[in-house]
Design a protein. Structure first.
Length: 222
């Protein structure tokens, strides 16, 4: 059973679909015009070559301006829509957020919760309806942190931290959602198997998990 997409993924999908529909309409208009012009202005028997009437220079200039204006409006609209979504993933949000340090290495992900002092490998547990800030880096070669159902990604570069923000979706109490995290940068022979899980749970379940991990760490530390 497929998991519901997070809100940011739905927004990106809608933007992609809008761009695809506009592109299809543009292709249909251009191809239709080519067919019409090829038929209308084809060479006819008894007509001198290049004698077809193409309209006055004034009308051609007007048509060029109209097509240019339409193209500019489409590009500006798509750019504005993209710019509206980009800050959701790149710029610090207002209010509280959960911090997770992500270290990619051949061929796994290490997740460290600095405020809770908890480390996990290849499983990222997060509370629902929460803004999460990921500090992403690599300990060896260049990787990429890609929670694929969220439709966002960011490079993991040795010696540097890149920041990515996501907002987790809602879940019902005592239920969870599981998403997939992949590396999207070719990083060696184990690259295809560099896969981690992101588990979204209710805040109460997340707090219980945090408490159990901290208790286990205390016991292990003596």
């Amino acid at each position: 059973m497929s998991q519901p997409l997070p809100p940011i993924a739905v927004d990106w999908n809608n933007l992609f679909n809008l761009a695809a529909y506009i592109a299809l309409i543009a292709v249909a208009v251009v191809m239709g015009a080519l067919v019409i012009f090829a038929i209308k202005y084809r060479e006819k028997k008894g007509q001198p070559k290049f004698a077809a009437e193409l309209g006055s220079s004034k009308s051609r200039a007007r048509d060029a301006v109209v097509f240019a204006a339409i193209s500019i409006m489409i590009l500006v609209s798509l750019t504005a829509a993209s710019y509206r979504l980009t800050p959701n993933a790149r710029f610090m949000p207002t209010g509280n957020y959960l911090t997770v340090d992500v270290t990619a290495f051949q061929w796994a992900f290490r997740f460290y919760y600095p405020d809770e002092n908890i480390t996990t490998i290849d499983q990222l547990n997060l509370p629902a309806d929460t803004v999460v800030m990921f500090n992403v880096t690599s300990s060896d070669v260049m990787h990429n942190f890609y929670p694929e159902q969220f439709r966002v990604s960011i490079d993991a570069i040795p010696g540097r931290y890149n920041i990515l923000y996501v907002t987790t979706p809602s879940v019902n109490d005592n239920s969870s959602l599981t998403y997939t995290i992949r590396c999207k940068e070719l990083c060696g022979i184990g690259h295809p198997y560099m896969v981690a899980s992101m588990v979204i749970m209710s805040p109460s379940s997340f707090n219980s998990w945090i408490s159990s991990q901290q208790a286990a760490n205390t016991t292990a530390g003596g």
